[in-house]
Design a protein around this ligand. Structure first.
Ligand code: ADP
Length: 470
C-alpha cells in the first residue's frame, strides 16, 4: 500500500514537473524573447526615424547607410518574431507591422532630400511628414500591442505554472503524510499483534513457574507466535501429565517397597515370638520367605539405582568379545528358583555357530534377567518360555525371549519401553517398577542395537534385541 501510494504520488509529481518544465521553456524561448525582440524593434523604429530625419536634412549618405542598416535589423527582428509567434492575433499583428513598415520604406525611398531643402514651403513635405508620422505611429501601436499580448501570455503561463507546482506539492505532501500515517498505523497494529500474545505468554509462563497451570492459551496471532503458544500448551499438558505420573508412580513405588518390608517384618516377628519354635520346617520356610523378599527389595533398589545412573548419563560400558550361551545359562541359573516355583518350561535354542559378540557382559546379563523375569512375571504357572538367537541384518545377532503369557494390548506396545510406563489392566497385582524395559532399551542402544516387541493379548509376547558381532 505504501509503495503504491508513493508510486502514484511520484508519477503525478513527475507529470506535473514535466508540464511545468514545458511551460517555463515556452516562457523563456517564446514570451520573454518576444517581449525583448518587440522592445528592440521599437528602439529600431525610433532610431530609424531619427536617422531618416538626419539624412533628409543633411542629404549625407552615411545617414542613409545607417538608415538601411537599422531597417535590416528591424526586418530581421520582425522575421524572428514571426518564427516564435504562437497565437493567431500575434501573427496578424506582425503581418500588419510588416505591411506598415513596407509602406514606410516606400515613403523614404520616394523622398529626395535636396528637393526638400529647396522647396521648404512645398505642400508635399507636409504631406510626407504627416504620412510618415501616421505610418510610424501605426507600427508603434502594433508593436506595443504585440508586446502587451506577449506580456499577458507570459503572466498567464506564470500563473499556470504556479498553480501546477502548488498542486504537485500539495499532492506530494498529502501522499507522503498518508504514507507516514499508514506506516505508523501498520507498525502499531503489527507491534500490538505480536506484543500482546508475547505478554500473555510471559504471564502464563510465570504462572507455570509458580506451579499454576490453568486452561490452554488460545492465541489468534501471526503463525510463528501461534506455534509458540501451541508448544506452550503442549508443554503444559505434558507437565500436568508428568505431575500425575509422578504422584501415581510414588504411590506405586511405596507399595512396591512396603509389601516385601511388611512380609519381612511379619516373618521376623513370628520367628522372634517363637511361634514355630518346634516346627523347624516352618521356620525354614519363613527364613526363605525373608530371603526372597530381601532379594526383591535389593532388585527394586538396584533398578532404581541403574535408572538414576542412566538418567544422569553415568552408566558406563566396557565392550569386550564374549560368547552368548554362557551368559544366557548364567541368567537362567540365577532365576532357576523362580522358574521351578512357577513350573515354567524354559527352552533355549541358540545355534552352535553364533559368532562372538562385542558386548558389556554384566549389562547384557542384566538385559537377559530383566526380559526373563518379566516373562516369568507375566506367564502363568506351567507356561512356556523360549529363548532363541539367530543372525540378523547388518552383522548383528538377534536374541528373542518369548512367552505364552498374558500378552500386551496393541495400543500399549510402543509405551512399554518408556520409563515409568506399566500396563495397568488388572495386572497391577504383579509387582514392578516400570523401569526394567527402559533400562533394557538404554543398554541395547548403547551397544548399537535395538529392541522391539511383538505381542497378542492372551497369547504371549516376544521381546527381541540385536547385538553387534565382534
Ligand atoms: P515392570 O517392572 O513393571 O515389569 P517393565 O519396564 O519391565 O516394568 O515393563 C513395563 C510393562 O510392560 C510392564 O508393566 C508390563 O505390563 C509389560 N510387560 C513387560 N514384559 C511383559 C511380558 N513378557 N508379558 C506381558 N507384559 C509385559
Amino acid at each position: 500500500m505504501v509503495i503504491f501510494l508513493v508510486g502514484i504520488s511520484g508519477a503525478y509529481t513527475i507529470i506535473h514537473l514535466y508540464d511545468l518544465n514545458r511551460i517555463i521553456d515556452s516562457i523563456i524561448k517564446s514570451d520573454l524573447r518576444a517581449i525583448q525582440l518587440g522592445e528592440n524593434a521599437l528602439d529600431d523604429l525610433y532610431s530609424m526615424t531619427a536617422a531618416e530625419d538626419k539624412y533628409l536634412v543633411s542629404g549625407d549618405q552615411d545617414y542613409y547607410r545607417q538608415l538601411n542598416e537599422i531597417k535590416k535589423t528591424f526586418n530581421d527582428r520582425v522575421g524572428e518574431l514571426e518564427k516564435i509567434a504562437d497565437a493567431g492575433a500575434k501573427v496578424q499583428l506582425l503581418t500588419e507591422i510588416k505591411r506598415a513598415a513596407n509602406v514606410y520604406y516606400g515613403l523614404i525611398e520616394r523622398r529626395d532630400p535636396f528637393i526638400m531643402d529647396n522647396d521648404s514651403g512645398d505642400g508635399d513635405y507636409h504631406n510626407y511628414t504627416a504620412d510618415r508620422s501616421r505610418i510610424t505611429r501605426e507600427i508603434d501601436d502594433h508593436l506595443h500591442k504585440f508586446i502587451k499580448l506577449s506580456v499577458e501570455d507570459r503572466d498567464r503561463k506564470l500563473t499556470q505554472s504556479n498553480k501546477l507546482s502548488t498542486q504537485a506539492s500539495f499532492v506530494f505532501n498529502i501522499s507522503q503524510s498518508a504514507a507516514i500515517v499508514f506506516v505508523m498505523f501498520i507498525t502499531f497494529i503489527n507491534a500490538r499483534k505480536i506484543n500482546m500474545p508475547i505478554k500473555l505468554l510471559g504471564e502464563r509462563t510465570k504462572e507455570v513457574a509458580e506451579g499454576k497451570i490453568t486452561e490452554p492459551l488460545n492465541i489468534k496471532s501471526p503463525p510463528e507466535i501461534k506455534a509458540l503458544a501451541d508448544s506452550f500448551n503442549t508443554m503444559c499438558e505434558q507437565l500436568v501429565e508428568a505431575d500425575q505420573m509422578k504422584t501415581d508412580y510414588i504411590s506405586h513405588l511405596s507399595h512396591e517397597l512396603r509389601t516385601p518390608l511388611t512380609v519381612i517384618k511379619e516373618a521376623s516377628n513370628m520367628l522372634q515370638a517363637g511361634i514355630f519354635a518346634h516346627a523347624p520346617a516352618k521356620q525354614e520356610e519363613l527364613f526363605s520367605l525373608v530371603k526372597t523378599e530381601c532379594d526383591r527389595l535389593i532388585s527394586t533398589v538396584s533398578r532404581l539405582l541403574d535408572f538414576s545412573q542412566m538418567e544422569a548419563g553415568n552408566m558406563y560400558f566396557s565392550f569386550q568379545p564374549a560368547k552368548l550361551t554362557p551368559l544366557l545359562e548364567k541368567s537362567i541359573a540365577k532365576l532357576s528358583p523362580l522358574i521351578q516355583k512357577q513350573a515354567v518350561k524354559v527352552g533355549v535354542n541358540v545355534p552352535e555357530d553364533v559368532p562372538l559378540l562385542k558386548i558389556d557382559k554384566d549389562r547384557i546379563e542384566q538385559v537377559f534377567e530383566n526380559l526373563l523375569s518379566n516373562a516369568l512375571k507375566y506367564t502363568p504357572e506351567g507356561g512356556n518360555i523360549a529363548i532363541s538367537a539367530k543372525m540378523g541384518g547388518g552383522n548383528s545377532v538377534e536374541v528373542s525371549v518369548s512367552d505364552n503369557g498374558v500378552g500386551i494390548p496393541k495400543e500399549r506396545l510402543v509405551q512399554v519401553f518408556d520409563k515409568f510406563k506399566r500396563v495397568d489392566d488388572g495386572r497391577s497385582a504383579v509387582m514392578g517398577t516400570g523401569l526394567g524395559l527402559s533400562i533394557v532399551k538404554h543398554i541395547v542402544n548403547a551397544h548399537g542395537g535395538r529392541v522391539w516387541v511383538k505381542s497378542k493379548v492372551g497369547e504371549g509376547s516376544t521381546f527381541t534385541f540385536s547385538l553387534p558381532v565382534s
